[in-house]
Write a protein that binds this ligand. Structure first.
Ligand SMILES: NC(=O)C1=CN([C@@H]2O[C@H](COP(=O)(O)OP(=O)(O)OC[C@H]3O[C@@H](n4cnc5c(N)ncnc54)[C@H](O)[C@@H]3O)[C@@H](O)[C@H]2O)[C@@H](O)CC1
Ligand SMILES: [K+]
Length: 523
């Protein structure tokens, strides 16, 4: 499991630890890890640190201090280090003195221009860390648009990315590697911020941290969550998932939701709705009933809404009246937005909502959360949006998108590391809904069912895309058995799909390359 803590949590843990340690100890721990990572990157790219060109972009706070001290350590190993001070009057005095003592060159941004940056083998982004607010300010903005140096290493967070949310409110500097201190920050795990962070490496500095504000599953976590039949199992004990989906207009959604449900670990799938004939023709193992959820036999969880069309209102009403977990998707969410959170008030079992940002906007408008929000704004603020939904509806909310995020009304949240943009394809959400519903029926808690489903779905999308090819929702469903095996066997996910391959230390399965940063911390 990867853990991320908010700025407030980090500051509190740092304060407690700093009170017990000599001044500067934490910074020196952070700097040692940072410099070691830079040295490894330089050695990997050039064979040695000696003679390499390093530029340090230093802002006015301790983040700049870290970068200057790390620059000093690299200069002592023979690198030609140039520091560019973005706010010369407020540059970190200790870091600056250390760099000067190591014979580093110190320039203002006017003196340096962009040449030192673009010509460097390695650039350290120490503009701002967890103290940053808003996007890059004008003196730093040209670096974001300039030709790239060999490698950009972000100190703690890529400057311009909101560490708590991953929002990028203006211009931010894209990193190839981010070296995070003490713990990850949520903004490193959630797009758009995550896409600026590159490979994320952790340097432990000994913080005693509270429960994480955000977690992200890895292979072993998912393997431990997935249901496994045993000698006592029968189809009812493994769970029956009911799927109320599809309509005369959208029969395909029924087939895709059922395909996902059949590969989610439940013992049986029961389909209700107007596509019963098509479903049974394609999947003879499915139990089918016409009508709505109320008249169907016993199930342990319902999936309502994919392609639900005219039947969605009834399916939603009847499923919500049951005392089993209900996953609401697509047309079911449109109905729920019309009814508002009151429709869930009497529920005794969990409800899981699986909107994309357009549906999230409708749900929030239906919950009287002020003026109707814009879907674009909600996508840029994914974690905040998921929290708002969970709290307004007192339900688990899975917000689909470039990083899928799941939030609980309790404030717990998970982000999914396996997504790929190839999954932005018609019907892909129907497969996810069926899969997550199946895991609910098998007895997983909503947060686990939702995040494990997103994880498998993302891996299946990557596998289907291979080295990069369009995928269909049917392809994704077909890959699900293979990714179950991968997760159990620890095999690496397919590369080259989606956002692009990253160095091994950032792999969702949590394995590290030998050359990765020192593990450290509590991950
Ligand atoms: N507190 C600690 O114990 C440790 C902190 N460490 C480092 O310290 C960092 C936090 O340091 P600070 O609290 O000094 O904060 P930062 O260095 O992150 O930034 C604060 C400074 O940046 C300015 N600033 C804010 N937003 C800006 C923007 N958008 N553009 C330009 N300047 C902006 C502020 O005016 C302030 O001077 C961490 O990210 C980490 O790098 C590490 O050394 C580990 C130990
Ligand atoms: K930074």
């Amino acid at each position: 499991m990867r853990h991320a803590h908010t700025v407030e949590q980090v500051r509190a843990a740092e304060a407690a630890l700093m009170a017990r340690l000599p001044d500067g100890t934490l910074m020196q721990r952070a700097v040692a890890g940072l410099a070691a990572t830079c040295a490894r990157l330089l050695a990997g790219a050039r064979g040695r640190v000696y003679g390499s060109r390093v530029v340090v972009l230093a802002g006015s706070g301790d983040n700049g201090g870290d970068a200057l001290y790390a620059g000093a350590l690299l200069a002592r190993r023979g690198a030609a280090v140039t520091a560019v001070l973005l706010d010369p009057a407020r540059a970190h005095p200790g870091g600056l003195a250390a760099l000067r003592a190591a014979r580093g060159l110190v320039l203002t941004e006017q003196e340096a221009g962009l040449a030192a940056f673009t010509g460097a083998d390695l650039a350290l982004d120490g503009i701002v860390g967890i103290g940053g607010r808003g996007g890059l300010r004008p003196p730093a903005q040209p670096y974001a648009a300039a030709p790239r140096p060999g490698t950009v290493v972000a100190v703690d967070v890529p400057s311009g990315v909101d560490p708590d949310t991953g929002e990028v409110p203006g211009v931010a500097l894209r990193a190839d590697v981010t070296v995070a201190f003490g713990t990850l920050k949520p903004g490193l795990l959630i797009d758009p911020g995550a896409s600026y962070a590159g490979a994320v490496q952790l340097v432990g500095i000994g913080l005693d941290l509270p429960p994480a504000a955000l977690t992200a599953l890895q292979h072993p976590d998912v393997a431990a969550l997935l249901p496994r039949p045993d000698t006592e199992s029968d189809k009812y004990r493994r769970g029956v998932v009911g799927v109320a989906a599809g309509s005369a207009r959208y029969p395909g959604a029924a087939l895709l939701a059922v395909a996902g449900a059949l590969r989610g670990g439940a013992g049986a799938v029961r389909y209700v709705g107007t596509a019963a004939e098509e479903v049974v023709r394609r999947f003879p193992e499915v139990l089918v009933t016409e009508g709505g959820p109320a008249g169907a036999g016993r199930v342990q969880a319902w999936v309502v809404g994919p392609g639900g069309g005219e039947g969605a209102e009834r399916a939603l009403r009847e499923a919500l009246a049951s005392d089993v977990p209900v996953l609401v998707d697509a047309d079911g969410l449109t109905e729920l937005a019309r009814l508002g959170p009151a429709a869930l008030a009497g529920r005794t079992a969990p409800t899981l909502l699986t909107p994309h940002t357009g549906e999230a906007a409708r749900l929030l408008a239906g919950a009287d959360q002020g003026p109707p929000p814009q879907a674009d704004g909600l996508a840029a603020a994914r974690l905040r949006t998921a929290h708002r939904l969970a709290s307004a509806y007192r339900a688990t909310a899975l917000l689909k998108g470039s990083t899928t995020v799941v939030a609980e009304p309790t404030g717990e949240a998970r982000s999914n590391p396996t997504g790929t943009s190839w999954l932005a394809t018609a019907g892909s959400g129907d497969v996810l809904a069926g899969l997550a519903g199946s895991l609910l029926a098998a007895g997983l808690a909503p947060l686990d069912a939702a995040s494990a489903a997103a994880y498998l779905h993302g891996l299946a999308g990557r596998r289907a895309a291979g080295r990069g090819a369009p995928v269909t929702a049917t392809d994704v469903a077909r890959q699900l058995p293979a990714v179950w095996r991968d997760v159990h066997g620890g095999a690496a996910p397919a590369r080259g799909a989606g956002r692009g391959a990253r160095p091994d230390d950032a792999r969702p399965d949590g394995r590290r390359a030998a050359a990765g940063a020192r593990p450290g911390g509590r991950h």
